[in-house]
Design a protein around this ligand. Structure first.
Ligand code: GAR
Length: 269
């Protein structure tokens, strides 16, 4: 039997996905062990779930860091190895014409928060970090310090929509309000954009006439609880391989937006 993979999780909310992953580890469906749970605010309800399973927990309060910065930018200290130019060149979260002060504030506050996360996590070596309802975008500052091997990314996210449709903070709500007949959820590795990284797995479900948004969310979550453990299991078995595909002559999304290369996840048999 191979060693269990060590899984860390970040949460912001109720943590039902966290629970599904903990349960899958405990039942042996995933050959893994949850080694820490981090939250971006102290009220995250999922922290109690981690406590119930005696999993180490920590909180980095993004709201208080951002609030202190807004009162006076000198209130926060950015890490010494924070390079704003390099981060801005890599990131895909803001367009080139975005307000520079806003962009600067975003990356300075996030670097401060992310350095605190990295500091907390240093006590718990891990193989995979799962974002389980974590409602913060991670920046290249953090991502590059976790993903040290470009061929083996190790930060996964679950998103409540069939990406690339409806990235952002309310995937089920956006799907529902658009009038889609099919909803779904996606697990992907994270990259420097918002919900734009290589897709690992997806599950879909029908949206019936007359269903409420709450009913759609409920259906979606039930799919998430199956999809996320399944994708983590594939990771734990070493079955997720990144492949780079040249799509420069086949992309029809517009002359300036065409990516030359897309990174796909191949699931090995
Ligand atoms: C889930 O629906 C998850 O897909 C979503 O938040 C919910 C968290 O539920 N995540 C995002 O929207 C990330 N951008 P949970 O706390 O019960 O797992």
């Amino acid at each position: 039997m191979k060693d269990k993979i060590r899984i860390g999780a970040f949460i912001s909310g109720g943590g039902s996905n966290l629970q599904a992953i903990i349960d899958a580890c405990e039942s042996g469906k995933i050959n893994g062990k949850m080694v820490f749970v981090g939250a971006d605010h102290p009220q995250a309800k999922g922290l109690a779930r981690a406590e119930r399973h005696s999993i180490p927990r920590f909180i980095v309060d993004y709201g208080s860091i951002i609030g202190r910065y807004r009162r006076d930018p000198r209130n926060i200290s950015v890490p010494l190895d924070f390079d704003p130019e390099a981060i801005r060149a890599k990131q895909h979260l803001f367009h080139a014409d975005a307000d520079p002060a806003r962009v600067e504030g975003f990356f300075r506050t996030r670097a401060a928060a992310e350095a605190a996360l990295l500091h907390e996590m240093a006590a718990y070596p891990f193989d995979l970090l799962v974002l389980a309802g974590f409602m913060r975008n991670l920046t290249p500052y953090f991502i590059d310090r976790v993903n040290t091997d470009p061929d083996h990314p190790r930060i996964m996210n679950i998103h409540p929509a069939l990406l690339p449709a409806f990235p952002g903070v309310d995937g089920y709500g956006d799907t529902y309000r658009y009038g889609c007949k099919i909803g779904g959820c996606t697990v992907h590795f994270i990259d420097y954009g918002e919900d734009s990284g290589p897709i690992i797995g997806q599950r879909a479900f029908p949206i019936e006439e007359g269903e409420s948004l709450d009913e759609v969310r409920e259906k979606g979550l039930k799919e998430e609880w199956k999809l996320y453990p399944e994708c983590i299991r594939l990771f734990s078995e070493g079955r997720l391989k990144l492949v780079r595909r040249d799509v420069s002559n086949q992309d029809h999304s517009g002359p300036n937006s065409a990516p030359r290369e897309r990174v796909h996840v191949q699931v090995l048999k």
